[in-house]
Ligand binder design. Structure first.
Ligand SMILES: Cc1cc2nc3c(=O)[nH]c(=O)nc-3n(C[C@H](O)[C@H](O)[C@H](O)COP(=O)(O)OP(=O)(O)OC[C@H]3O[C@@H](n4cnc5c(N)ncnc54)[C@H](O)[C@@H]3O)c2cc1C
Length: 529
């Protein structure tokens, strides 16, 4: 039927009735959950969602840090925060603490916290830059959260409802347990069909669309839309459809990680409220505290260190806290492919997860981007096969923008460093490796503080507040003298800084240490939303 302006209504034959997600890592299960929830997978009139994963290929098994957006996802998917905390060895994360990134001296550390800078009568950033808060670090001056993190406290009390807190927060979690938890939720509550089987042959029709995949245990499976969540293998989008991969290791040099899980010194040891990211000669070490163990790893650039030295660097880092365990613990080397696909949606195949793209896990961008794109796919799900091309074109533009912005933001941490002790750090400051978009912003921000006008897209992954914490944590200099005349509300700003100092003490006095809070939630549960 043709309506106004010659627009044709979709025929039933063009409806998208079945989506096959290939891959059962966190990306696959998050995608299946978003699609199933949005498209009514369990209902007779809904879209069928099937997930197939190979029993022979393990998931990557790392990915323990998240960002606050995950709370919205879990709530939207109908997951109880208490269940999630109990099932996935979850602890609360309120910042990334960067140790040794500015100049490598003993007291070199700052927090990228999750709370927004306090909002009041005036924007505090220019007044902090003008010295109205004294020598207090930026994050401590504009928010109560840096102090909460430094004292190892949780972000909420038992009186807060699920997903609500005194301060914004994310989680540290066990990646394997999280995938298993999502599996149960997707299959038991959201109507996702789960198959164990290996996808071999991928049948591609003349129009470039995938018609079916051949599996070892379930014969040939047809679907209208395929989602490639097969990890770095990129079985559909890379191997079958040959979509080129655009490397970005000219900007971000780290291309390997060596990971180790270590026990706490004792069962009651404090759990840090931050991911600790410690700079080293050829990269940085992550340190994430879960309930029963720490997950650690050295992310490094092979061009600047050997695998043996990288492993030794990780063991050296661990020795002061775990003693002899540092020399005995198993270390696992993980190659990392840095960059993204030229396109993320081609024909009827969408890539999400490591198959889509990846950059080093400095700001926990993996789950963040995959979750955001899975949500986008579900929200923008094409009403018919006819609409696929238009939706795909927009999807590709937005996801490309997201990755480029993620790369800008990660590079920011490196290119502002004053470290010059190794070639890795010196090369990171080389202008040739700094994307034009980031360089243009830095040139502007050298003369005025960043403003929200600098972040015009509604789909920005990192926004003004993220940049403020990293820029001024890294001691970036904005020359305020020429524009000082614009900021005449010193008294108001000083009063706001003083108020925040008081509020910090008050907030801290009401919060439990991270471990004590988690223990209580494990035992008693949180109030329902
Ligand atoms: C060192 C490192 C640290 C990281 N840290 C973080 C972090 O702190 N925070 C964060 O958000 N992210 C992090 N990430 C990213 C994180 O690992 C990913 O977000 C997450 O694990 C998603 O992976 P995935 O599901 O795409 O792939 P995988 O976990 O690799 O899963 C791939 C799935 O595809 C299946 N599969 C493969 N081939 C086939 C086939 N032919 N047929 C059927 N099934 C197939 C496998 O069986 C598996 O189920 C990190 C990544 C690395 C490398």
């Amino acid at each position: 039927m043709t309506g106004a302006a010659g627009i044709t209504a979709p025929a039933a034959a063009n409806a998208i009735r079945h989506v096959l997600v290939v891959g059962g890592g966190t990306a696959g299960w998050l995608t299946a959950c978003h699609l199933a929830k949005k498209l009514g997978a369990g209902r007779p009139d809904g879209v069928k969602v099937t997930l197939i994963e190979s029993p022979d290929i393990p998931t990557i098994g790392v990915g323990e840090g998240t960002v606050p957006a995950i709370r919205r996802t879990l709530a939207d998917l109908g997951i109880r925060e208490t269940d999630f905390i109990r099932a996935c060895d979850v602890t609360f994360k309120q910042s990334i603490r960067f140790d040794g990134w500015v100049d490598g001296t003993a007291d070199d550390r700052y927090h990228h916290i999750f709370d927004y800078p306090a909002v009041g009568e005036v924007d505090l950033t220019p007044y902090w830059l003008l010295g109205e808060a004294g020598n207090v670090p930026f994050a401590d001056a504009v928010s109560v959260q840096a102090a909460i993190c430094e004292r190892g406290l949780g972000p909420k009390t038992m009186a807060h409802a699920e997903y609500d807190g005194a301060a914004s927060y994310a989680y540290h979690l066990d990646a394997a347990k999280f995938a298993a938890f999502l599996t149960r939720h997707a299959t038991e509550k959201l109507g996702v069909t789960h198959l164990l089987g290996h996808v071999g042959d991928v049948r591609v029709a003349d129009d470039g669309h995938i018609s079916a995949v051949a599996t070892d245990r379930h014969g040939t499976i047809e679907a209208d839309l395929f989602v490639d969540c097969t990890g770095f293998a990129a079985r559909l989008v890379g191997q079958a459809l040959k979509v080129p991969f655009i490397p970005r290791n000219d900007i971000l040099f780290c291309d390997h990680a060596v990971a180790a899980q270590v026990p706490y010194a004792n069962a009651d040891a404090p759990i840090a409220s931050s991911t600790i990211a410690t700079a080293r000669d050829a990269g940085w070490i992550w340190d994430i505290g879960l309930t029963g163990r720490r997950g650690t790893g050295y992310v490094y650039a092979e061009k600047y260190t050997s695998h043996e030295d990288a492993e030794a660097t990780l063991r050296d880092y661990l020795r002061p806290t775990v003693g002899a365990v540092a020399d005995e613990v198993a270390c696992r080397r993980i190659p990392m492919r840095v960059g993204y696909r030229e396109k993320f949606w081609v024909g009827n195949c969408v890539a999400i997860g490591l198959a889509q793209g990846f950059v080093e896990p400095l700001e926990a961008t993996g789950l963040l981007v995959y979750d955001a794109t899975a949500r986008m796919l579900a929200d923008q799900f094409p009403p018919s096969k006819q609409a696929i091309n238009t939706v795909a074109e927009r999807f590709n533009a937005r996801v490309r923008h997201a990755w480029d912005k993620v790369i800008d933001f990660i590079k920011l941490h490196y290119c502002l460093s004053q470290r010059s002790d190794t070639q890795f750090w010196r090369d990171n400051r080389d202008a040739a490796g700094i994307p034009d978009s980031l360089r243009a912003n830095l040139e502007l921000w050298a003369h005025q503080p960043p403003r929200d006008y600098d972040f015009p897209s509604r789909f920005e992954i990192f926004n003004l507040e993220n940049y403020l914490y990293v820029l001024y944590g890294m001691r970036f200099e904005t020359s305020m003298a020429p524009i000082r005349y614009r900021y005449g509300a010193q008294d108001t700003a000083r009063a706001m800084f003083a108020h925040l100092r008081q509020a910090t003490e008050q907030a801290c006095s009401q919060l439990l240490p991270n471990r004590a809070l988690i223990d209580r939630i494990q035992r008693h549960g949180l109030q329902r939303v």
